[in-house]
Structure formats: C-alpha cells, structure tokens
Design a protein around this ligand. Sequence first.
Ligand code: CUA
Length: 360
Amino acid sequence: MKRWQTVWRIVPLLAMMTFILSGCGIDELTTLNPKGPVAEKQLWLILISLVVMIAVFVVVAIIYVYVLVRFRKRPGQTGVPKQVEGSHKLEIIWTVIPFLLLLVIAVPTVKYTFELDKDYSKDPNALQVKVTGHQFWWEFEYMNEKIVTAQDLVIPTGRTISFHLESADVNHSFWVPTLGGKKDNNPGLTNMHYLVADKPGVYYGKCAELCGTSHALMDFKVKAVTPDEFDRWIAGMKSPTGTASTSALYKEGEEVFKKSCIGCHAIFDTTTKQVVGGKAAPSLVNYGDRFTVAGMLFNREAGDLKANLKTWLVDPQAVKPGNLMPNPMTVPGSKMETTMELTEKQVDALVEYLSAQKSK
Ligand code: CUA
C-alpha cells in the first residue's frame, strides 16, 4: 500500500473521532467548565498534568526527528557505525528532568487529594445531605432540616455541602461534573464527599457507575440558589401552601393516590399538614416544582409537567426500563404487570393531583 493511501484511510477515522468526542463537550456535563472551587481545583490538576505531558511529548518528538535526520545513513556509508554506550552526563539529565516533572505534578496532586477528601460531617456551617442511590433514582435527605426529596437537589450558593453517600441496592456513583469529581454510593457504607457551588444555576448530575438497565437514565439536577431563597425553599418543603385544590379531578386524584401510591411515595397531606407516606419510592412533596419527571423528562414549558406525568404513569417501564414502579394501568406489551388496574380517567386524576403539588 502506498503511503498516501494509508493516510487517506486514517482521515475518515480521525474525522469520526472528532465528531463523536465533540459530544463530550456539552456544557452541562463537562469538567472543563467549573462552577465551584472543588471543580476548579480538579480542573487545575488536569491542566497541569496535560501541560507537562505535552511538553514532554514535544521535546521527545523534536529530539527524535532531529536524530533521525541528522544521523541518517548517507550515500557511500557502509558497515555498522561506531557503537557508543554509557554517558554519565546524559543519564543524570534524563533521570533528573523526569523526576522534577513528576514533582511538579505530585505536589499539587497530593495537596488536593487530602484537601478534597475533607470530611465536613461535623462542620456546623456545612449543609448535611444524605444521598441515597436507588435503581434508578436519587434520594436527598437534608439531615438537620428533616426534609426528604428526590431527583432535584436544592443547595445554597457559597456554602459547603457535606454529602453522606449511601445506596439502597447496588453500587451507584454520584457525579455533578461542573461542581466536582464523582464518588461512589456503596451499599452498607457511608462515603463522605463535599461540593460547593459559587453561583446560582442548574447543574446536571449523573450516575457514573453501571448499576442496571436504566443506569444511563439515572439523572438528577442540582439547583443552586441564594441562601435566602434556600431558606424559603426549606420553609416551602415543610409547609407547602399551593397544594390544595377543589376541582373534582384533583379530589379523585388524591383518593387514588391515598389508595394506590402512598404505600411507597410520600406526599404533603393538606388535611393533617404533615408529610405522610412510604419511603421506598421517591418523595413527591412539592412534585410540581421539579425540573423533570423521573429525572429525565424535562418540564420546560407550561403543560410539559402534565404531559410528562401522563407519559410516565401510562407506562413507567417504557420511560425507564427496569425500574421498580408497577404499571398503574394495563399496558399491552409492557414489561411490568399492573398491580393497580387504574382506568385512564384515574391516571388523569393522578396527573391533576400530582402536578398541583407546589410550594406556592
Ligand atoms: Cu445508578 Cu448507574
């Protein structure tokens, strides 16, 4: 094969790799666009390692090409060239330089490894949040505030958030790329982790450990708000004001929920003014305020919430295969049997009821 043919075979491969790898750069799930001090320090480590590696590569490549050209075989040259071995000077140079380069990488790496592994569980200024990974959703418990929510993690800006990472079933990994590196949720263990968000915003989170059929769909969102707004959110979670409605469909939804769903899902009871219900499935307190349904159907525009809830409730298995939610109604061909046998009207009533669960 001629040389140009080889080159032309590699070009499409490189083009394809550029195309595929460019997908890694979406703004929401990148470590290259840090939004807090933890992520900034980690990016700095990536960059310093990269600079050292590129410098080594360039210097070695230049010497390599120079030697190839300078000492190539010339016309008329015969026999084996004079063999040289051992040079104290050279050996010292190529031992000392890599040692110094490794020091440049090692000093900040060791420093940050200890710094970023700090345990803030006893720090009175840190917000303590227990994060439990479930197949395939995230539970967030604000330990001192006695609040439980799911899929949307609301945090105050500028404050250290101390995470207690646990799992209810298999290994998961808690990762918010723009705020910092990942850490595992292992069953039977509590792994400590911390992150800080500098500015208000919504940061995307993912499960980063293969945990089953819907691992790739195990998303969550981190909503960083000002400390004042955070206090209002806490108050709203303890005593929502916007949940009651008098419509007949809402009333029916409430009845269906209290009969069929409350064993696993928690909700704010407007009569007793308390959070009631089970803990096996995501808490639905103020459900209407969430960014998504099931962590990945986005509630962007008016009407999205109800449409997404309907999609989810008609066949949860089609949205997130392998999840533990039984189908509310019979769906021909669905992977999960129904145990509730709700009618479509009852599902619509549930949609009406759940979408009205708001803080105000
Ligand atoms: Cu949980 Cu992957």
